[in-house]
Design a protein around this ligand. Structure first.
Ligand code: PEP
Ligand code: MN
Length: 340
């Protein structure tokens, strides 16, 4: 069953309903700012009598917070002074934070070239445990210093529920990586972190699974979620992944959340990144995330897909021009219908 209560109730009165539902014999889960899901055969009438309760439906709600209602605008997601969902937002930086001098150098380059946010992994998910797995908290501190120096908000990956608090303390936006898109415990903690979240698509995940993952964040009260198409696994062996360009208008049609693309991980090859970044802009993306490194040949991770600072600088204006021409076409493409 689905219990709807008055919106904007202070915490105490919400807790009163929660308690009452438990006392009435239900198992209760939160289902957004103004509702709970009730499981079991409790005493429904005891709850209906509460003044805060608007109504109780027999059905449990479908995924709805992440979906775009017909005619609804794309949500705006603020990260510092940056606003996703309006214009074309560019995130750039190294795959991993390697050392402070290098990070600061790259951060200044991408800022001067027009980036809006700085990226850089301090906790790196690597296929081999012998690969560089990041600097951890020291990397977070370097990111925070790069923000102080450049003014760019920083986004960095969190891989573990135990690290959510420390990452949220240092970063402006938390990234949930492809390998963790359906790590539901991590989604819950990130949803409670008080920080905006960049949710990357699982490399083997469907659009609906991605929307379900976003719902986990939203239901915890975190409205600031940006979706990222980062390539999926296909039979194409030429590139690291296959950029699912059509996922951009599909996601924008199904969800009100801003959608960006990551052509770096989608291709794994720097020479492919500019064309795919421009294609993402043409497909209606609200932005991109691009890996940039000053010495890609020496990068500790993902060097082959890193743009040089000059390559990045040459791309930013072109992406913004194409995005301005394409502006908003994506969300009109599919509407809110499920594809069968
Ligand atoms: C990354 O952005 O550094 C990363 C590891 O991406 P993904 O989770 O998409 O592989
Ligand atoms: Mn990377």
């Amino acid at each position: 069953m689905h219990l709807l209560h008055q919106t904007d109730l202070p915490g105490k009165r919400r807790d009163r309903i929660l308690e009452a539902a438990r006392e009435a014999g239900f198992t209760v889960q939160t289902a957004g700012p103004d509702s709970f899901v009730l499981f079991g055969d409790g005493d429904r009438s005891a709850l209906e009598a509460l003044p805060e309760v608007v109504r109780i439906d027999d059905e449990i709600p479908p995924i709805h917070l992440a979906r775009r209602e017909e005619g609804a605008e794309t949500s705006r997601v603020r990260v510092g002074e940056v606003e996703f969902g309006t214009g074309f937002t560019v995130i750039a930086g190294p795959c991993a934070v390697e050392d402070e001098t290098r990070l600061l150098g790259i951060a200044h380059c991408v800022k001067d070239a027009g980036a809006d946010l700085l990226r850089g992994g301090a906790f790196k998910p690597r296929t081999s445990p012998y690969s560089f797995r990041g600097l951890g908290v020291r990397g977070l501190e370097m990111l925070a210093r790069a923000r102080e120096e450049t003014g760019l908000p920083v986004v960095t990956e969190v891989m573990d529920t135990r690290d959510v608090a420390i990452v949220a303390e240092h970063a402006d936006m938390l990234q949930i990586g492809s390998r963790n898109m359906q790590n539901f415990s991590l989604l819950v903690e990130a949803g409670r972190s008080g920080r905006p979240v960049l949710l990357k698509r699982g490399m083997g995940s469907t659009i609906e699974e991605m929307i379900g993952a976003a719902e986990y964040l939203l239901v915890e009260g975190n409205a600031d979620v940006v979706l990222c198409e980062r390539g999926i696994r296909t039979f194409n062996e030429e590139l690291r992944n296959t950029l699912d360009l059509a996922a951009i208008p599909v996601l924008k049609g199904r969800s009100h959340l801003p959608v960006i693309a990551d052509p770096s991980h989608a291709t794994g090859a720097a020479e492919m990144v500019p064309s795919m970044a421009l294609a993402a802009a043409a497909a209606g993306a609200d932005g991109v995330m691009l890996e940039v490194h000053d010495a890609p040949g020496h990068a500790l991770s993902d060097g082959p897909q890193a743009l040089s600072p000059a390559g990045f600088a040459g791309l930013v204006g072109k992406m913004r021009k194409i995005a301005a021409i394409a502006g908003g076409t994506g969300q009109l493409a599919v509407g809110n219908k499920e594809i069968s």
